[in-house]
Design a protein around this ligand. Structure first.
Ligand SMILES: Nc1ncnc2c1ncn2[C@@H]1O[C@H](COP(=O)(O)OP(=O)(O)OP(=O)(O)O)[C@@H](O)[C@H]1O
Ligand SMILES: [Mg+2]
Length: 376
């Protein structure tokens, strides 16, 4: 994990402040596809786990039943994570928390994971996520505070949550802050996530510290090639490393792909410029067969036309008016199409009237593809 020290330190501080009963602000990681949000989120969870916090990891899901499944996941994961605390039942606050969690999960239909307590019919049984989350924040938060710990709910792909679920979690975070309870929602998602959170609750901006996660700096990118290779005795000629770093654009996912291609194509070390060239070609072929099409194929033909028009601006962003005129359409008539591309996670709006790809290198991929398959 190169280049993410600042985020790790910031989260360390959240944990430390919480254990000193000082207020702390939760974090939301945002960035393009493949920049390393998920690995960083998992790392932050590891920190909370090392401090014996109650942690849960969830992933937003798209689709009609996405939110219902997400709530089930939440209840099940909460029930499972709470088992660790079942042996501390002697403490009143802990017993109450175990009972509230059990009531909540039972209400959602989760059975078979016992915490060894009765349900509490008066807590977290309203069936409204908003209200039940407050009971959970109160009771789990109070128990964790009595143990000098915290609760952290890590939500990846958070932009995929439906409006109601998103607002309920933001409201829960707000409520926890007001009550000074150690409950944290730590999110990760595409660059449109802050906007979605603000739409859900206008005060969201003050609740979370937004941390944009981007490509690595040059030195960190180099080390992402050299350090793992070095462990296996691999060394780089200067030009080889230059070529690989340049081709990767310092994006973690591409570093990973070109790095692993290098091991497959190189016969001996130190790696030469020719090895690097071959690895870049092989890595690109693999990206063009997997990473890019897995996104591209989600778009309808009309949505692809839209992205084709965007690709003319390279990595962008593109003006929505400009795209419309390229397509010979009115901007207003393309609003719905644009909205669908955003909700599919393919594009986002970095500022009003502009759009950009969520996938680094997408414009080049589209151009490469257009060269291979001339459009009829
Ligand atoms: N800081 C880093 N240093 C080295 N490698 C990294 C770093 N961050 C991520 N990677 C590698 O890059 C790849 C992509 O990371 P990850 O899946 O976390 O991205 P992501 O932002 O969650 O992408 P997506 O939006 O598609 O879910 C992984 O293979 C990961 O191991
Ligand atoms: Mg991810």
């Amino acid at each position: 994990m190169a280049g993410r020290e600042r985020e790790i330190e910031a989260f360390d501080l959240v944990v430390a402040r919480t254990e000193l009963s000082r207020p702390a602000r939760s974090m939301v990681l945002t960035g393009l596809r493949g920049v390393g949000k998920t690995v960083l989120l998992n790392r932050l969870r590891g920190i909370a786990e090392n401090h014996d916090w109650l942690t849960i990891r969830l992933e937003g899901r798209t689709g009609k039943s996405g939110d219902r499944e997400f709530r089930r996941d939440f209840a099940r994961e909460l029930q499972i994570a709470s088992r660790r605390f079942a042996s501390l039942k002697g403490k009143e606050a802990v017993t109450q928390f175990l009972r509230t969690v059990t009531s909540f999960s039972a209400g959602i239909g989760i059975t078979g994971i016992s915490l060894g307590v009765q349900t509490d019919p008066a807590r977290a049984t309203s069936g409204s996520l908003d209200i039940d989350l407050r009971d959970l924040v109160d009771d789990v938060g109070a128990a964790m505070r009595s143990l000098n710990k915290g609760v952290a709910v890590f939500i990846d792909e958070m932009q995929d949550l439906g409006d109601e679920t998103l607002s309920a979690f933001v409201a829960a975070q707000h409520y926890a802050g007001q009550r000074e309870l150690p409950f944290f929602v730590v999110g990760a998602g595409l660059p449109n996530l802050p906007g979605r959170l603000a739409e859900a609750r206008s005060y969201a901006e003050r609740l979370f510290e937004y941390r944009p996660i981007g490509k690595l700096n040059r030195q960190d990118a180099e080390e992402s090639f050299t350090v793992p290779a070095g462990r296996a005795g691999g060394e780089f000629e200067h030009e080889a490393l230059d070529r690989l770093v340049q081709a990767s654009g310092c994006y973690p996912y591409f570093i990973q792909e070109f790095g692993s291609a290098l091991w497959e194509v190189a016969i001996s070390t130190p790696f030469t410029q020719e090895d690097a060239e071959t690895a870049v070609a092989a890595g690109l072929r693999r990206l063009d067969a997997g990473f890019f099409p897995s996104r591209w194929d989600r778009a309808t033909p009309r949505e692809r036309d839209y992205m084709n028009a965007m690709a003319k601006d390279g990595e962008g962003p593109s003006g929505t008016g400009e795209i419309a005129s390229r397509l010979g359409r009115k901007v207003t008539s393309l609003g719905k199409l644009r909205g669908e591309l955003v909700s599919k996670g393919l594009i986002y709006s970095p500022e009003y009237g502009r759009v950009a790809f969520t996938v680094p290198g997408m414009a080049d991929f589209i151009e490469r593809q257009n060269l291979e398959l001339p459009r009829q």
